[in-house]
Write a protein that binds this ligand. Sequence first.
Ligand code: FMN
Length: 367
Amino acid sequence: MEITNVMEYEAIAKEKLPKMVYDYYASGAEDQWTLQENRNAFSRILFRPRILIDVSKIDMTTSILGFNISMPIMIAPTAMLKMAHPEGEYAVARAASAAGTIMTLSSWATSNVEEVASTGPGIRFFQLYVMKDRNVVAQLVRRAERAGFKAIALTVDTPRLGRREADIKNRFNLPPHFTLKNFEGLDLGKMDKADDSGLSSYVSSQVDQSLSWKDVKWLQTITHLPILLKGVLTAEDARLAVEAGVSGIIVSNHGARQLDYVPATIMALEEVVKAVQGRIPVFVDGGIRRGTDVFKALALGASGIFVGRPAVFSLAAHGEAGVRKVLQMLRDEFELTMALSGCRSLKEITRDRILAPWDSPRIAPRL
Ligand SMILES: Cc1cc2nc3c(=O)[nH]c(=O)nc-3n(C[C@H](O)[C@H](O)[C@H](O)COP(=O)(O)O)c2cc1C
């Protein structure tokens, strides 16, 4: 049967993957309230379309940190993709490149920065987890630079791993024939067997829980690459991020896998956008499954969006072709949304094209 939207890949992935792997990809933290909310919040934002505008030509191109891409839809970092498909990160890198957009490679990928770079041309970012051993971090950042990665997405919402109960029940562990390839040879490439989630134990032993704003400064001293802070949810932190001199912010709740009962990212986006006052670009990820979601994020001030699970599930279902199709479907839906709301370019996607629940009512109340 033909696949007609991004969400349909999840059921195919669920059928194909071992339960432990599917659960790891799909789960949120604890009650998974935020997981539901990341989707539900989009349904409370409505359109205010304009009519009789010539939409025979639609331009979705944009520039992200100076790099020109075909659309404001990019790929978020997701760990351990070879569990989904033998081609893992390579397939995602190739699909992103074919679509003319950016892929972000996870620190915890099952392919390393050099291998992903060797898949061919493409604009790629590297997601960084700061490990306790700073020499390891500095080496990895240098390798990412040398391999041609264009920015570092520093994940700041994971001093510890969120409590994902399915992973605890399944005793989640990276299957032994895979390695966290970026750390191979550094004694950090394997996860030890644990009584709960193997990843959770790995994080508590290796990730630096003391990470703070001074380390953002430190990172700037070891790399010339632009730094995006991934995991900002408040105006307060957005202002500190600007002061720290980062090049951009990704409003993210880590796909609802860290702290449960944080707001949906689409609800937190506008407060962050207002706080940075246009000084740096703001991006968002979390629950984006439709072109209409992309439009809503841009109307609220995002310069672009990232998708996580849609790439993972389509990869598991149909490999590179699946990821290509996901990017194509999001692109087509986004273009249609622009046309039907009377926007010919991204700069025409203004705040007045949507109605959010926190806006003052524009429609007269019924008396
Ligand atoms: C299976 C999986 C693995 C992830 N691994 C990472 C990671 O290694 N580093 C990171 O910063 N974020 C990671 N994330 C979070 C994503 O980058 C992104 O924030 C999130 O998936 C966006 O939400 P969505 O899945 O609803 O699109 C992961 C998310 C998932 C679902």
